[in-house]
Each structure stands twice: as C-alpha cells, then as structure tokens.
Design a protein. Structure first.
Length: 433
C-alpha cells in the first residue's frame, strides 16, 4: 500500500477514535470558542462593519454558566454540593440568560451587571481558593509536569476573568480593540486550562493520591439516592440534564412567542437560533448526540460540535447575518431528526409483524415509545415551520414549541423511571407519569 494511503487510513481511524473528553473540558472548549470568536468579531463591531446584540451575548454567557452549575455543581465562585437547590439555581440563571437571548432591550443592564459580577468576583474568589487551599496550588506546584501547567493555566484564567468582569462592569475604562485583545488572551488561556484539566484527569483520576487534581473534580458525584432532599447530593445524569435544559428553553420560548406574535414584545430570532446551536454542540461533544441520531464520540464529532458552537456564538453576537442559513439548517435537522428515528423504530416491526406481536412490551417502554414518537412528529412540525415562515400562524408555532418542551420533560421523567428501575434491579411494570 502506498505511504499516502497509509497516512489517509491512519487519519481516518484517528477521526473515528472514541474521545474521553471530560464534561468540564467540553464546557471550557465552548467557553473558549465564545471568547475567542467574540474577540475577533469585536474588532469588526468596533469599526461598524458588523451589528452587535449585547443582550444575547450576555445571555449566552449566563446559559453556559448555568450548564456548569446544573451538570457539575460548578459555580463561578467554586464547587458546591450538586443538590436540587443548586440545580434549581442553575435553571433560574438559565431562564434569565434565555430571556435575554430571546427578548432584546429589556434585560440589558441586568444581564450585563450580573455577567460582570460573575466574572470579576467569581474570578477573584477562585484565584484566592487556588492560592490558599492546601489541595490546590500549594500541592500541585510540588509535582513536576502537568500539575504545574494546571496551576499556571488556572491562575491566568482567573486573573483574566477578573479583568474581563471589570471591563464588562465599567465599559468606559478601556477601548474595544484592547477589550478584544483581552478576550483573545482569555479564550486562549481557557483552551490551555481545558488541555491541562484533560491531561491531569488522565494522569491523576479523581480521588487519587493527589486529592482533587483539577478545579471542581469533586462536583457531580452520585449520592446514591434517587430523589434526595433539596440540599442533599443528587444523581442527575448529563443526558437528562440537557433534556431538561432544552425543555426549559422551548417552554420559555413558546410562552414568549404568544406576546411576541401580538406585537407586545420584541424578539431576536438570532439569539434563539444561536442558543439552540450552542446547546446542540454540547450534546455532540459530551454525548455524541445529534438531531439525526446517536454517534460515537469521535474527534470528527468534536470538531463538528466546535463548528456548531462557533455558528451559535456568531448568531448570538451578530444579528441578521446568518439568520436565514441557520434557520434552514435547524429546520432540516429537525425534519431528518424526526423522520429517521421513526423509521428505525417502526420499520423492523412492519417487516416482521409476527415477531413484533409476540414480543412482550413493558408499559413504561410503551409510554417511552409513544412519547418519543410524538416528539418526533412535533419536531418535524417545528422543522417545517422553519422552512415556511409566515405560512404557519405564529400562535400555532408557539403552541408547537411549548408542546415540544413539555414532551421533553415527560421524556426525561420516563427515562429517569427506567434508569431507577434498572438500578433497583426490579421490573418497571406500570410505573410512569
């Protein structure tokens, strides 16, 4: 075989190789894409070549912060016990960020000040923890190698976070070009931190001899109780957390569309589409989940997730440039993502009806199938609305979006019931909503 063929085969195998990216690393990659791309866009915004929407920019940041809180118990001020109280706090932050993305001009000052405080105060608190806590810098610096890089990268990110927060709180203290340079350095340091955390966790798994080798390693532990108290440790899988977050997003979006259709509220389709793309990119990189099916968490999937994150960030920051293209993309993905699962679900049964009739189906599994099928149909309807703006009445679209969100909550509940039944070793029986 010619050498170039060997190289092509090796690169193809590498792109299909399963990645072991930690969830915290995935979120940091998205944060890095956000800050780096925003830095370059800010230079064009400064010269007037591109428009700018601060509401959805700050709103996207708050949603990303809430994702860390909901899925890992990580807050801008440090790690907390991943309890239902913390999850509810994260959902409230997400709702505020989503509202800012959807409705421009109403929450601008609130989300700007909150973003600035989270960056400045949170960065200062995390830097102090890094320097003071015995299991952080004082321990890491004694070990040659990646732990020293981890200390440096974390310190740089926290210092730049403070500076970015001050610029956000007091925008007149610097110029846009200098802010762009700050954000670019911030983005690069976030990527540096992500690499260090990933390498650290490979070399020093959580709970190993070095204690907690990376910031927030202890977050998100399973407390062993299916439904703990409000402040007790909880087990809330990432897949269910993302489904719940999407449910919140769609219900909020649908409810807001009713007054928007009456002309009572402004609306930013770019913020809506951008936010959907960013959450989709998280699913791709962390779960290998796409609108058209489940795939291996390969490097190709990670790269695709980064592309979707970049498109989402661009849409949130710069309105009106990619609106039509992203709308068609999401419409196509929703239609394909509705049709393909239904074909995979029902075609085998249609081809072999006798075997399908003889196979017993548990009630909870039947509920799951019905819920997924209705979700697929609603997803197809939502995708068609993207292709036919103005044809389907606005209130009908709003009702479809709300129904989609409520069905996602139902899906998360059913999946949680099935998971609990599996952990208990019992039969699901007739359990369900």
């Amino acid at each position: 075989m010619p050498p170039e063929n060997n190289q092509n085969e090796s690169s193809s195998q590498a792109s299909r190789k399963e990645t072991d990216l930690d969830l915290e690393v995935v979120v940091l990659i998205i944060f890095g894409v956000f800050m780096t791309l925003f830095a370059f866009l800010l230079l064009k915004i400064h010269t007037g070549e591109l428009p700018y929407t601060p509401d959805s920019t700050y709103g996207l940041f708050l949603v990303l912060v809430s994702i860390q809180t909901i899925t890992m118990g990580k807050t801008p001020f440090g790690d907390l016990r991943r309890s239902w109280a913390v999850i509810i706090l994260g959902i409230c932050t997400a709702v505020l960020g989503m509202a800012a993305c959807f409705i421009p001009g109403t929450l601008t000052e609130i989300v700007r000040v909150l973003t600035g405080l989270l960056l400045a105060v949170g960065g200062a608190v995390l830097l102090m923890q890094l320097l003071v806590m015995k299991d952080r810098a004082k321990t890491w610096l004694k070990v040659p190698g990646v732990l020293r890089h981890l200390t440096l990268s974390a310190a740089l990110v926290y210092v730049l976070s403070v500076l970015a927060g001050l610029v956000t709180l007091f925008p007149g203290i610097t110029t846009n070009p200098l802010t762009a340079v700050l954000l670019l350095a911030y983005g690069f340091c976030i990527f540096y931190l992500a690499i260090c955390i990933q390498e650290t966790r490979r070399k020093y798994p959580p709970g190993g001899p070095q204690g907690h080798p990376s910031p927030g390693t202890g977050a998100g532990r399973d407390g062993g109780k299916p439904w703990p108290s409000l402040f007790g440790e909880t087990s809330f899988p990432l897949s269910l957390a993302v489904i719940a977050l999407l449910g919140v997003l769609l219900v909020l979006l649908g409810l807001l569309l009713f007054p928007v259709n009456q002309g009572l509220l402004p609306f930013s389709p770019d913020g809506q589409l951008g936010l959907l793309l960013v959450i989709m990119s998280l699913q791709m990189m962390a779960l290998g989940s796409t609108p058209v099916g489940q795939f291996r968490r390969s490097w190709a999937m990670t790269i695709l997730g980064v592309v979707f994150a970049a498109l989402g960030v661009f849409s949130c920051v710069v309105p009106g440039v990619l609106t039509g293209s992203i709308q068609l993309l999401l419409g196509l993905l929703n239609i394909i993502g509705g049709v393909v699962p239904m074909v995979q679900r029902f075609l085998p049964a249609l081809l072999d009806r006798s075997r399908a009739a003889a196979t017993p189906v548990l009630p909870i599994v039947r509920k799951l199938t019905i819920t997924q099928t209705v979700l697929n149909i609603v997803g197809i309807a939502f995708g068609l609305s993207m292709f036919m703006p103005g044809v389907i009445p606005g209130n009908v679209i709003a009702a479809i979006v709300v129904a989609n969100g409520l069905l996602l909550f139902l899906l998360a509940y059913i999946l949680n019931v099935i998971d609990r039944m599996g952990q208990d070793g019992g039969q699901p029986g007739g359990a369900g909503p």
